[in-house]
Design a protein around this ligand. Structure first.
Ligand code: URA
Length: 203
């Protein structure tokens, strides 16, 4: 079936999971997409970075964080010594999103995913976490953080960063989204603090 339920998803291997995402019709985002965006990185990555969902560039290319925010994420990973592929001095990253298809509004602009879209897609990320078995999760931005932690939509990243949360029995660090940092570069120092906290949880 092209619409597996969460019980079926929880039994898939990574090839089956990737094919299911590519064919998924579990929510309305399937109608407007060009590509699904499954995620990229080492299958045994120690670091799992979780964004919100594909934007225009990602929908076109089928890869997460390939636009300007992705360049900034690359710089963050390089500064940490985390590889985007094999070979980071403190381990490799896998990069995924809460939703695998691009959410847009009536005018074709990016928007955050709805609660229903998040709920429909979350079993895929949960299976990615179970298959990769990372050591630490990093939630990039409010949508990722609230989707995983279930706080009220009014909760700000400022209230969630600076401490170690848990998700799926793993430590979860919350920090600002790189797209937000492009608009608020003064908050880069806070993100670096958050990444240092994430690095300390690894030791
Ligand atoms: N923003 C995200 O949250 N994810 C992407 O893949 C790209 C931009």
């Amino acid at each position: 079936s092209s619409s597996p339920d969460s019980t079926q998803i929880a039994k898939m291997d990574s090839a089956q999971l990737q094919m299911s995402v590519a064919a998924c019709k579990n929510c309305g985002l399937c109608h407007g997409r060009r590509h699904t965006v499954f995620g990229v990185g080492d299958q045994k990555a120690r670091w799992l970075f979780i964004g919100e969902g594909p934007g225009r560039n990602e929908d076109q290319q089928g890869e997460p964080f390939v636009g300007p925010a992705g360049k900034l994420l690359d710089n963050m990973l390089a500064a940490m010594g985390v590889g985007r592929g094999k070979g980071g001095s403190i381990g490799d990253a896998y990069i995924a999103n809460i939703v695998k298809c691009r959410p847009t509004d009536e005018s074709g602009r990016d928007r955050p995913p709805s609660a229903e879209e998040v709920a429909a897609c979350l079993p895929y990320l949960q299976r990615q976490i179970a298959l990769i078995q990372p050591t630490v999760l990093v939630a990039l931005g409010k949508t990722a953080a609230l989707s995983l932690l279930g706080f009220e939509p009014t909760t700000a990243v400022a209230a969630l960063r600076g401490k170690v949360h848990r998700y799926a029995e793993l430590p979860l660090i919350v920090t600002y989204h790189p797209a937000y940092l492009l608009r608020q570069p003064a908050d880069k120092a806070k993100v670096w603090d958050d990444l240092c906290l994430a690095m300390r949880t690894m030791q």
